[in-house]
Design a protein around this ligand. Sequence first.
Ligand SMILES: Cc1cc2nc3c(=O)[nH]c(=O)nc-3n(C[C@H](O)[C@H](O)[C@H](O)COP(=O)(O)OP(=O)(O)OC[C@H]3O[C@@H](n4cnc5c(N)ncnc54)[C@H](O)[C@@H]3O)c2cc1C
Length: 317
Amino acid sequence: MTGAKTKEDLLKKLKELGIDFMENQNMSSYSSIKTGGKADLILFPRNEAELGLIIKLTEGVISECFRYVVGGGTNMLFKEERIWVPVISFKKFDSSVLDVSDDYQNYKKCGDKVLKFGAGINLSKILNYSMKHNLSGCEFFYGIPGTLGGAVKMNAGSKESSVGNIVEAIDIFDLNGSKRTVEKKDMNFSYRSLNINGIKDNYCITSVHLKLKESSKAEIAENIKIFKERKSVQPLGEFSLGCIFKNPEGFSAGKIIEEIGFKGVSFGGASVSQKHANFIINKGGAKPSDIIFLIDNIREKALESRGIKLDTEIKIV
Ligand SMILES: Cc1cc2nc3c(=O)[nH]c(=O)nc-3n(C[C@H](O)[C@H](O)[C@H](O)COP(=O)(O)OP(=O)(O)OC[C@H]3O[C@@H](n4cnc5c(N)ncnc54)[C@H](O)[C@@H]3O)c2cc1C
């Protein structure tokens, strides 16, 4: 399979191969803050084989396409500008679960299980699965929306734990459409980020091996309590992207935003949440530029009045 030469050629090949796509889509439907510009074309691979074909078909623009890989879109803000390269959505991607503990004999002896999940599975489904099968280790997924692929890329989590602590290996596709397994030793997880040795940001995660521990329902329910409490102070019923800024070393970004007077401040349809100042919510009709305006102003004020540089946790593309 060689790359498509024109858009018409690409659409023709996608149809022949039975790969789902949609044209002229509003990215607001693909981001949990419910705003964004338009995308010319969105592709919906269902499995590794289809993703591999897509990478080959889009070979001239694939490094650009990788900027617009979207899982649940719960941490992505799409700007107003039209996206001309194909967006790759994991909405319909594999969400299977497979017990691969036999490949990890040393863990098996200690009562641990290693499960392989398709990257399209939602964290809430993994948590439900682990509760049903008495497996502990991913209780911190409670209340975090989105897919496992996105969570690994973001090293999603909380103070207590993050995805990097339970990942054993991931399967990825690189820019050339080559598939490979990356083991824990080659993954550098840090605060809300993952760097893979030898690869920049140019890869798609297709499946993830998670290590979980055999436990009891009572213990799992007890472990979840702290995350339930934490989530009760977040505006979960509103359209948002979770925390906008990373917590600077030794500080809480939410507290800083409150102290510099931005709690409840609105611009256009966007507003800094009254419930949790590190959340910006779409009250209705917010434009991406309204959100970016608030972000820029908060950053400026934090630097000017507190000497603190706030970095965004969300991805603005
Ligand atoms: C209400 C709310 C609460 C939240 N609470 C938390 C929290 O407690 N802790 C926390 O850490 N986060 C939290 N978040 C942020 C977000 O849910 C997590 O970062 C989540 O893991 C992102 O997953 P996603 O599938 O939505 O990723 P997306 O937002 O779709 O993408 C995030 C990044 O990952 C990339 N990506 C997505 N899928 C893949 C893939 N398969 N391969 C390669 N790259 C990929 C995207 O290109 C993008 O750069 C919250 C968000 C909301 C809206």
